[in-house]
Design a protein around this ligand. Structure first.
Ligand SMILES: *Cc1c(COP(=O)(O)O)cnc(C)c1O
Length: 446
């Protein structure tokens, strides 16, 4: 792939360190941040961005960092991707907002049509647009409840669904997402996941039956409106369930009138080497929730699903002031065009292959597991010879990577997973250089 087909402004595609990280201008901005923004808003890497595109982020001190984070799986097509930037500029000059519920516009309808076409399954579908992933998850639950006239929602161990009140209840991890923020919404129940690295030998269907048993005993299918699951967990640690786990759950949901909701907020839009992660296993969800990679960084999210379920809420029951904002919709259409025209689904697969082969070649005993799909790859770090999580090593690797101009993120319930989410616009030489940096860090941190 040539370097700038999908990759933002013509920024030199290089790792360039001209100061220590963070540099003096970033440090000054971080001081101002501390005095003006609450402590609750954390910073992974306090370098202040002035430009980004292709595979790099350039900071105020003129350092150029390799981006293995994509702003948490958002800039999948690249930062300021040319089609997105042009579409946003054009739409901003035409009109910025009317509220789709007041006087509608065609960009919203076109995004709905595109999602109805692209999401798994050929059934009749409808799509409603919102602003954030959490807002879309909440609305999927509203829709499932009105359709089923039931209330309970089941989610899984290690799940992440957002930070609003209902989605905090659905999210698994206490710190930092929930601690002190309760009381949480009721009628949310948790079932065991398939986590191949940590439940050796339990195959997908068996793990699904274990979850179903919990659901039947503790909730009762008749009370359950929706089962909500990330087909590959994001914040929970890029956990890919064993084959047949999702399929068995879908079958059980169908047989019991439970709405199967795939939260593809992190996995959607080519990230995993299919347009949606459900496609890897031929899983067809009743409702699919999307956000992050959908609009190149503009705030947009969606719930897409079976027409008869989506049409359950009464007129006026769904919406919001900004949901499906015209600029975000223009960006989404440009993102979809970029994915399709530039072959980014294949690109994600190639990136995944490069990353996995290289990470395996490290031969490092502290890497307990390498997993993920496409350009969504993680390593789970453990104490040598055990499966005991090593969060300290994970922090040290991430900190060293940041020092050397490589943006990486951590995740996982035990804080011991390093995750890699490069933009699909990243040229090969930067991908390889990022992996070189990581390999050296693993050697140095002995
Ligand atoms: C990020 C994320 C969310 C929440 O999205 P926001 O836009 O931050 O509200 C929900 N589900 C999954 C799987 C996510 O990764």
């Amino acid at each position: 792939m040539s370097e700038h087909t999908t990759g933002g402004p013509a920024l030199p595609q290089e790792r360039r360190l001209v100061t220590s990280i963070p540099g003096p201008k970033s440090q000054e901005l971080q001081r101002r941040k501390s005095a003006s923004v609450p402590t609750g808003v954390g910073t992974t890497l306090p370098v202040y961005t002035v430009a980004a595109g292709g595979g790099v982020i350039v900071d105020v001190d003129d350092n150029s960092l390799i981006d293995f984070g994509s702003g948490i799986a958002v800039t999948t097509v690249g930062n300021s991707s040319p089609r997105v930037a042009a579409a946003v500029a054009e739409q901003a000059q035409a009109f910025t907002h009317t509220c789709f519920m007041v006087t509608p516009y065609d960009a919203y309808v076109r995004v709905a049509e595109a999602l109805n076409r692209l999401t798994p399954g050929t059934h009749d579908k409808r799509t409603v647009l919102f602003n954030s992933g959490a807002e879309a998850v909440e609305n999927a639950v509203k829709i499932a409840r009105t359709h089923t006239k039931r209330q309970a929602v089941v989610v899984f161990d290690h799940a992440y669904h957002g930070r609003t009140n209902l989605t905090m209840a659905m999210t698994s991890k206490n710190m930092p997402y929930k601690s002190g923020f309760g009381p949480f919404a009721s009628e949310v129940y948790r079932a065991p996941l398939s986590y191949p690295y940590r439940d050796h030998g339990v195959d997908g269907p068996t793990a699904a039956r274990r979850a179903i048993d919990t659901i039947e005993k503790q909730i009762g299918a008749d009370n359950l409106a929706a089962l909500v699951i990330e087909p590959i967990q994001g914040e929970g640690g890029f956990i890919v369930p064993a084959d047949g786990f999702l399929g068995t759950l879908v079958e059980w949901c169908r047989a019991n009138g439970v709405v199967f909701v795939a939260d593809e907020v992190q996995t959607g839009f080519a990230r995993t080497g299919e347009m949606f992660a459900c496609d890897h296993e031929g899983v067809v969800p009743d409702l699919i929730v999307t956000a992050k990679g959908i609009a190149g960084g503009l705030p947009l999210s969606a719930v897409t699903g079976r027409a008869e379920i989506m049409d359950a809420p009464h007129v006026g029951g769904l919406g919001g002031t900004y949901g499906g904002n015209p600029i975000a919709c223009a960006a989404a259409l440009a993102v979809i065009e970029t994915i399709e025209q530039d072959g980014l689904v294949d690109r994600a697969r190639n990136i995944g292959k490069t990353m996995v082969e290289r990470l395996q070649s490290f031969g490092d005993a502290r890497i307990g597991d390498i997993r993920g799909r496409g350009a969504m790859i993680a390593v789970e770090l453990v104490k040598t010879g055990t499966t005991e999580p090593d969060a300290d090593l994970t922090k040290a690797v991430a900190a060293a990577a940041h020092q050397q101009g490589l943006v990486v993120l951590t995740c996982g319930t035990y804080g011991n997973v390093l995750r890699f989410l490069p933009p699909l616009s990243m040229p090969d030489h930067l991908l390889v250089e990022g992996l070189d940096v990581l390999e050296q860090i693993f050697k140095d941190l002995r």
